[in-house]
Design a protein around this ligand. Structure first.
Ligand SMILES: [Zn+2]
Length: 426
């Protein structure tokens, strides 16, 4: 068996770490009528025992009973109350506190509720969040998954056979449904066209590689593209995992666009790295000029994280020259914006990320140096730094058996001008 592929096994993995500012969050509190609990009774319930808000927080949203509109809680920051239902004092019906989904971070300072019904008069949630054991367990599982994916080679090594290739194709179909149909049809049209688009949708290329490998494996001397299959493997794992996030339906719709696909992939990869290191990163939909990820440092402050996926870094490509790296970083910086109208506003700490496919160790070095220069030349006290990341691929052939493997490698250019208190791990 012949394996085509360039391993990146020697890439140095360095992780994100620094301290950042602790600005305010939730600039526009609103009044939210909670969803009434329907069907099966929630495992954890807190009963409102008095004619007064059950919870009073340090600032944020007001929660109303989903049935009768009675005020259940006031001044609640995002994710200060997680995973349970409140029994209304007035109508005794159950309302669910807003769900962040199973991938949402749990605040460091949390009071954990075991399943049951609690009788509580009024709770001051100014200093600690109130979360269910279920939410804590879900977050721990998310961290464990991220660590496993971020830890290279062994954990994700996979022997390549026809069943595995077919499985990858089916998993893409199952995850994306009609979105995948659109990608495949547009790709087929492009290939038939006398003037095909300059770049095919990356996912169409990857799935085609799986189908080709499956056919090749029936021949006596199969030729397999281990790089493309390794890439498809990590892409499918990332998408399957993040599909549990409440924002997934919208992310999925956006994947039809080749650029949105690259951007979503880099965002998932960066979130995986941050979470693996124990940082409270959460997917955050890029509506308008909002950031891509949020770093939920505490219940009252979050950091914004903006991810760029420059086309020049999405492969196939040659090495990144210094001049090119400087241009790429400058463009990402300008596109994100670090002013009051930008995605990385001065009012909160920010992290800029530039992601690519299959960048070599040297490419990462060059980009890191360009990022460092950018930070030195443009002092910003609210920026943590600039992360450079790549999805790496490392197919291997051992004793005639092909194993595919993929990983995420990162570098961070830290900002010497930063002045803040929050800490990113490690
Ligand atoms: Zn009520």
């Amino acid at each position: 068996m012949w394996l085509r592929g360039s391993g990146l096994a020697t890439v140095r993995r360095r992780h994100v770490g620094s301290t950042i500012a602790s600005p305010q969050i939730n600039p526009s509190p609103s009044t939210i009528r909670l969803d009434p609990a329907v069907g099966e009774q929630p495992a954890t319930i807190v009963r409102q025992l008095a004619n007064a808000p059950l919870f009073a927080g340090p600032g944020g949203d007001t929660y109303l009973c989903g049935r009768c509109g009675f005020v259940l809680a006031t001044s609640i920051p995002p994710r200060a109350l997680v995973g349970f239902a409140i029994r209304c004092f007035r109508c005794e019906n159950l309302s669910l506190v807003p769900a962040g989904g199973p991938l949402a971070p749990v605040a460091q300072q949390s009071v954990v509720l075991q399943p049951g019904e609690y009788m509580i008069t009024t709770v001051d949630v100014k200093t600690a969040a109130l979360v269910t054991q279920e939410a804590v367990t879900a977050w721990q599982q998310h961290v464990a998954w991220s660590r496993a994916l971020f830890t290279p080679q062994q954990a994700s090594s996979q022997t390549l056979d026809r069943a595995f290739c077919f499985g990858l194709e089916r998993r893409v179909e199952a995850l994306l449904g009609e979105v995948w149909d659109k990608i495949r049809e547009a790709d087929a049209r492009g290939l038939r066209s006398p003037t095909p688009p300059p770049r095919r949708h990356r996912l169409a290329v990857l799935v085609e590689a799986a189908a080709t490998a499956r056919a090749q494996l029936l021949t006596p001397t199969p030729t397999i593209d281990g790089d493309l299959l390794s890439e498809l493997d990590i892409v499918v794992r990332e998408m399957e995992h993040w599909s549990a996030d409440p924002s997934w339906p919208l992310v999925r719709q956006a994947l039809v666009s080749p650029h949105e696909y690259a951007h979503a992939l880099m965002t998932m990869a960066l979130a995986t790295v941050l979470v693996a290191e124990g940082n409270p990163a959460a997917f955050h939909l890029a509506l308008g000029r909002a950031a891509d990820l949020r770093l939920e440092f505490s219940r009252v402050s979050f950091g914004a994280c903006e991810v760029k996926a420059p086309q020049a870094l999405q492969g196939p490509r040659s090495v990144v020259a210094q001049v090119e790296a400087a241009k790429i970083v400058r463009k990402a910086w300008r596109s994100a914006g670090t002013g009051p109208m930008g995605q990385l506003k001065p009012e909160r700490s920010g992290l800029l990320a530039v992601g690519g496919l299959d960048l070599s160790s040297r490419d990462l070095d060059v980009l890191e140096a360009a990022a460092k220069q950018m930070l030195d030349d443009n002092p910003r006290s609210h920026l943590l730094g600039i992360v450079v990341l790549t999805l790496g691929r490392a197919p291997q052939m051992v004793r005639g058996q092909v194993s595919i493997s993929s990983y995420i490698a990162t570098r961070i250019a830290r900002n010497a001008h930063y002045n803040g208190r929050d800490t990113l791990k490690p």
